[in-house]
Design a protein around this ligand. Structure first.
Ligand code: ANZ
Ligand code: ZN
Length: 841
C-alpha cells in the first residue's frame, strides 16, 4: 500500500471547487443570528497579488471564519479599487487601454485570491470602475453638492509635471515634496477645482468615542485635523485696511511689536510702501519656490523683508511695522500674524535677526525679564505685565480657554469688538478634481445661462467614454474628446458643457463598504434591508499608511451621508438585533497589520529583486502552508522580513498533523483493557481544553501567531499520546476533532480534508467552534522528575496537590526506577515538592 501523503495541491483545488459549487461562503441576511461584518481594505488592481496582499487578507480571513464558527452570520466581501492613475500610466507605457489593463488584472487577482482559500462572498464583489458602481459615486457627489458640501474654487494646487496631474496634499510626500507615485518634485499651479467641505466636520471628526480604533490612528488623525483654540483679532493698517490675525496666545497681545504677513497675502501690494516695491517683489518671488515644509522648518534661518507699512495694535493703539516673511503660511489661519518675539520662538529669532523690539508681557512670578538681554523666547506661564488692564493676571501653561489669562482677554476682546474667540484647524478641504481620464466623471454641466448644474439622477451614470486620447497633455483627456463634453443643459436645454475633470479615487473607496451589501442594486446605493442588518462594519483592517487619508475620508463620507439623509431608510440593529440608533462612524473596530519586507529587510520592490511571489509558494507548498507561515512567523501588527527557510516549520506542522490523523492508529497493546493510564488521558484532555481557551482568546485579539503556536503544542502532545501503546480512546477522538476544528480558520483546506477523512459531514466550516471546559482545562497536573541516585530516570504526572506519600509511592512504582533498583531496597527517598523524587540506593 502506498503511503497516503499530504498533497496540498490536489486537496486545495478540490475543496475550492466544492466550496464554490455549494456556495459555502454566500452570506445572507438572517435576523435570527447576530451579524458580523468584516472588511479588509480592497486592493488596487495593480497586476498580481503580492505577498503583502496575502498578509493583509489571510489573517482577517481566519478571523472571519472563526467568527462564523462562533455562531455569527459573517459577511466578508472583497472588491477592487479600480480607478486611478497607475492604470493610465501603464496604458501610456504599454499602449493598452486602462480599462483592458484594469479588468484583466482584476481577473488575475480574483483567481489568486481564490487560490488563497478565502471565504470572500464573491457575489458581493464591487468594482469601483463599473458603471453600476460609479453611478452612485456620482450620485453622492450630487447629494453633497446639493447639501452645500461640494464647491468649486480657484486654487493653487500641487501638480506633478511627470504624471501631469494635480495631487492632493496627501499625495505629496517627503521634505522635497515629491509625487507619491513617481517621485518627481511637485510644482504649484492655479486651477479651478472641486472640493468637499470636510472642514465642516473637523470638530466631529475629532470625536472617536463611539469607535475602537488603535491609539496610533486616533493620534495621527487628531494631529492631522490640528485643532487650535485662540482668537481672531483685527489689526488695521494706517490706511484703514483690516488685517485679521489668528493667535493661540491672545494673552500676549500687548507684547506684539510687529506684524508678519505671508508673501502671498492679498494685502501685500496694498501695504508695500512706494520705497519698498522692488525688495518685496524679489522676496515674494523667492518664497513661491519654497515648500510649506521648508517654510515651517524651525531650523531654517528666518528671512523677511519690511513692507514699509504699519499697523495699529488694537489693544493699545501702538504703531507697529508690518513685515513680509515666508515663515508665515498663507494656508494657515488668516495668513498674517501678530509677532510676539518675547514669547514665540520663531518671532524671537526673526526679531533678533532684524533688530526688532522684544517686549516681555508674561513673566515668571517674582522675576523680571529684559527683552534686550533675553536669550530665548519664554513660551510658558507667568504673570501678565505691560498689559494695560490685565497687569497681574495669572497666565498658566494651559492651552486655549482653560488658561484663565487667555479666557479673560478673549472676553474683553469680544466686549470691545476687537476680536473674538476662534478655533482654527490644520485640516483643509478635500480636493477631489483630477485632470485625468481613468476616474468617474464629475457629474456636472456648466451652462452659460444657468451656471453649474448637476446631471439629473435619471441621466446617471455619466459614462466614461472609451475612445479618448489619454496620453498626458496637462489637460483633462475628456476635454480633448471631440463630442463627449457637449451636452444639452439639464435645466434650460441650451448648449452646455460637461465637467471634464474626474473624481479622486479616494472618493470611490470612501463608500465601498456600503456597495458590497448589494453591488447590483440599481435604485439606491445600497439595499436598505441589507444595510439595516449588516451596518456598520464591525471590523476593518488595512495598512497604517491609510491613517489620515482613506480612513479620514470614509469617516467624513459616512457623516455627510447621514446628514444628507441617505441613511434615513436604514434601521440599524445592535448586536442582539434590537433597534439601534443610526451610526455616525463607518467602522467600529480597526486593526492595522504590519508590512512584510524582503529577505534583505528592505521594502519589497521589483527593482530590488526581493519580491516574493505567492503563486510560486502556493505551487511549491500549497496555500495552507503559506497562510500558516504568514500567521505564525509574524506578529500581525508588526510584520517583518520574509525568511524563506522558516517556512519549513509550517510545512512540518501540517505534515505532522496529516500523519497524526490519517495514519491508522497503532494496535492497542500493553494495557489489555485498551485504556491509557488515567494521567495520560488527563494530560491530553487538559491540553486540548487549554488550547481551545488559548486559541479562542488569541483569535479574538488577532494574535494569530500565538494561536498557531498553541496548536503546534497540542499537536506535540497528541504525538506523544499517539505513540503511547494505548491510543484508542475517546480522549484521542476528542483531540483530533478539536484540532481539526481549530485549524479550520487558519488552514481551511487541510482541515476540510481531515474533517471528511475522520468520517464527518461537509463542511468543517459550518461547524460550531469547540468550547473549552474550564474544569478540564484547569485540572492541575504537574510533572515530577524521578531520579535514582540523582540521575534522571523518568518523569511522572501527578495531581498538583499530590501528597508526599503518594508522590513517593508513584516514583517507586515507576518501571524505570524498579529496573534501576533491580530488587534492591532504597536507602532513602527524597521528595522536593512540585519538582522531583530522588531515590537513593
Ligand atoms: C501670537 C503668538 C504668541 C503666537 C505666542 C504663538 C505664541 P498653532 O498652535 O499651530 O495653531 N500663526 C498663526 N497663523 C500662522 C501662519 N499662517 N503661519 C505661521 N504661523 C502662524 O499655532 C498658532 C500660532 O501660530 C499663532 O499664535 C500664531 O502665532 C502663529 F507667544 O500668535 B501666535
Ligand atoms: Zn442652462
Amino acid at each position: 500500500m502506498t503511503k497516503d501523503i499530504y498533497n496540498p495541491q490536489e486537496i486545495e483545488a478540490r475543496w475550492q471547487k466544492r466550496w464554490e459549487d455549494t456556495a459555502l461562503y454566500r452570506s445572507e441576511v438572517d435576523t435570527s443570528r447576530p451579524k458580523h461584518y468584516a472588511v479588509t481594505m480592497l486592493p488596487y488592481p495593480s497586476g498580481n497579488l503580492h505577498i503583502g496582499h496575502w498578509y493583509a487578507m489571510s489573517p482577517p480571513d481566519a478571523r472571519a471564519r472563526f467568527m462564523r464558527m462562533r455562531g455569527y452570520n459573517v459577511l466578508f466581501p472583497m472588491g477592487f479599487d479600480a480607478f486611478g492613475l497607475p492604470a493610465e500610466n501603464a496604458a501610456i507605457k504599454n499602449n493598452v487601454h486602462p480599462k483592458k489593463w484594469t479588468y484583466s488584472n482584476i481577473d488575475t487577482m480574483r483567481r489568486q485570491m481564490k487560490s488563497m482559500g478565502t471565504m470572500f462572498d464573491w457575489e458581493r464583489e464591487a468594482i469601483s470602475a463599473d458603471p453600476e458602481y460609479y453611478k452612485w459615486t456620482q450620485w453622492f457627489f450630487i447629494q453633497f453638492f446639493k447639501k452645500g458640501l461640494a464647491y468649486k474654487k480657484l486654487a493653487a494646487v500641487d501638480f506633478c509635471p511627470h504624471c501631469n496631474t494635480t495631487l492632493a496634499r496627501e499625495q505629496v510626500w517627503g521634505e522635497d515634496r515629491h509625487c507619491e507615485r513617481c517621485g518627481t518634485p511637485v510644482i504649484k499651479k492655479e486651477l479651478d477645482q472641486w472640493f468637499f467641505k470636510i472642514t465642516d466636520y473637523a470638530e466631529e471628526l475629532l470625536d472617536f468615542s463611539s469607535i475602537e480604533w488603535p491609539e496610533r490612528v486616533v493620534t495621527m488623525q487628531t494631529n492631522w485635523i490640528g485643532r487650535s483654540e485662540g482668537a481672531k483679532v483685527v489689526f488695521k493698517t494706517e490706511s484703514g485696511h483690516e488685517i485679521p490675525i489668528f493667535t493661540t496666545r491672545p494673552d500676549t497681545l500687548w507684547g506684539a511689536t510687529f506684524m508678519v504677513m505671508a508673501p502671498e497675502h492679498p494685502l501685500v501690494d496694498v501695504i508695500t510702501s512706494p520705497e519698498q516695491p522692488a525688495a518685496v517683489e524679489v522676496y515674494v518671488a523667492q518664497a513661491s519656490r519654497l515648500s510649506d515644509i521648508d517654510r515651517e522648518s524651525a531650523e531654517r534661518e528666518k528671512t523677511g523683508v519690511f513692507s514699509g507699512g504699519y499697523a495699529i495694535n488694537p489693544v493699545n493703539g501702538e504703531r507697529i511695522p508690518i513685515w513680509i516673511a515666508d515663515y508665515v503660511l498663507i494656508t494657515y489661519g488668516t495668513g498674517a500674524i501678530m509677532a510676539v518675539p518675547a514669547h514665540d520662538e520663531r518671532d524671537f529669532a526673526f526679531a533678533r535677526k532684524y533688530s526688532l523690539e522684544i517686549r516681555p508681557v508674561i513673566v515668571p512670578e517674582g522675576q523680571t525679564m529684559d527683552g534686550a538681554t533675553m536669550e530665548e523666547a519664554w513660551p510658558h506661564e507667568g504673570i501678565m505685565v505691560n498689559s494695560g488692564p490685565f497687569n497681574g493676571t495669572q497666565a498658566t501653561s494651559d492651552k486655549g480657554m482653560k488658561n484663565p489669562a487667555i479666557c479673560a482677554v478673549v472676553e474683553w476682546l469680544e466686549e470691545k469688538g476687537i476680536g473674538e474667540r476662534h478655533t482654527n484647524y490644520r485640516l483643509r478641504d478635500w480636493l477631489i478634481s483630477r485632470q485625468r481620464y481613468w476616474g468617474a466623471p464629475i457629474p456636472m454641466v456648466s451652462c452659460e445661462q444657468c451656471g453649474i448644474v448637476p446631471v439629473p439622477d435619471d441621466q446617471l451614470p455619466v459614462l466614461l467614454p472609451d475612445d479618448v486620447e489619454f496620453m498626458p497633455t496637462g489637460e483633462s483627456p475628456l476635454k480633448l474628446h471631440p463630442t463627449w463634453k457637449n451636452v444639452a443643459c439639464p435645466q434650460c436645454g441650451g448648449a452646455a458643457e460637461r465637467e471634464t475633470d474626474t473624481l479622486d479615487t479616494f472618493m470611490c473607496s470612501s463608500w465601498y463598504q456600503y456597495r458590497y451589501l448589494s453591488p447590483h442594486y440599481d435604485s439606491y446605493p445600497f439595499d436598505p434591508e441589507e444595510a439595516s442588518y449588516w451596518l456598520p462594519v464591525d471590523h476593518y483592517s488595512g495598512g497604517i499608511e491609510h491613517a489620515t487619508m482613506h480612513l479620514l475620508y470614509t469617516r467624513f463620507f459616512t457623516k455627510a451621508m447621514r446628514d444628507c439623509g441617505i441613511f434615513d431608510n436604514v434601521k440599524p440593529m445592535d448586536t442582539t438585533n434590537q433597534p439601534a440608533s443610526i451610526f455616525s462612524e463607518p467602522m467600529t473596530r480597526l486593526f492595522n497589520q504590519g508590512i512584510i519586507l524582503g529577505e534583505d529587510g528592505d521594502k519589497m520592490s521589483k527593482s530590488k529583486g526581493n519580491v516574493v511571489d505567492p503563486d510560486d509558494l502556493v505551487a511549491e507548498y500549497g496555500a495552507d502552508v503559506v497562510r500558516t507561515y504568514l500567521m505564525f512567523a509574524f506578529e500581525w501588527d508588526q510584520g517583518g522580513p520574509w525568511r524563506k527557510k522558516d517556512i519549513k516549520g509550517p510545512v512540518r506542522f501540517l505534515r505532522d498533523v496529516w500523519n497524526l490523523i490519517v495514519e491508522p492508529l497503532p494496535e492497542p497493546s500493553g494495557d489489555p483493557a485498551g485504556t491509557a493510564p488515567e494521567e495520560a488521558i488527563r494530560v491530553l484532555r487538559r491540553k486540548v481544553h487549554q488550547t481551545i481557551q488559548k486559541v479562542t482568546t488569541d483569535l479574538e485579539n488577532f494574535s494569530f501567531n500565538t494561536a498557531i503556536a498553541a496548536l503546534m503544542e497540542l499537536k506535540n502532545t497528541m504525538q506523544d499520546f499517539r505513540n503511547s501503546p494505548v491510543a484508542h480512546t475517546e480522549a484521542w477522538n476528542e483531540s483530533v476533532r478539536s484540532l481539526v476544528l481549530m485549524m479550520a480558520p487558519f488552514t481551511p483546506h487541510i482541515a476540510e480534508e481531515l474533517w471528511a477523512r475522520t468520517g464527518n459531514e461537509y463542511s468543517v466550516h459550518q461547524q460550531a467552534w469547540p468550547v473549552a471546559d474550564p474544569k478540564i482545562a484547569a485540572a492541575d497536573f504537574i510533572e515530577l522528575v524521578v531520579q535514582v541516585n540523582g540521575k534522571v530516570r523518568d518523569k511522572i504526572v501527578v495531581p498538583a496537590d499530590v501528597t508526599e506519600e503518594t508522590a513517593k509511592a508513584k516514583a517507586l512504582a515507576n518501571e524505570k526506577v524498579q529496573a534501576a533498583l533491580n530488587g534492591g531496597v532504597p536507602k532513602q527517598v527524597i521528595y522536593v515538592p512540585g519538582r522531583l523524587v530522588n531515590v537513593v540506593v
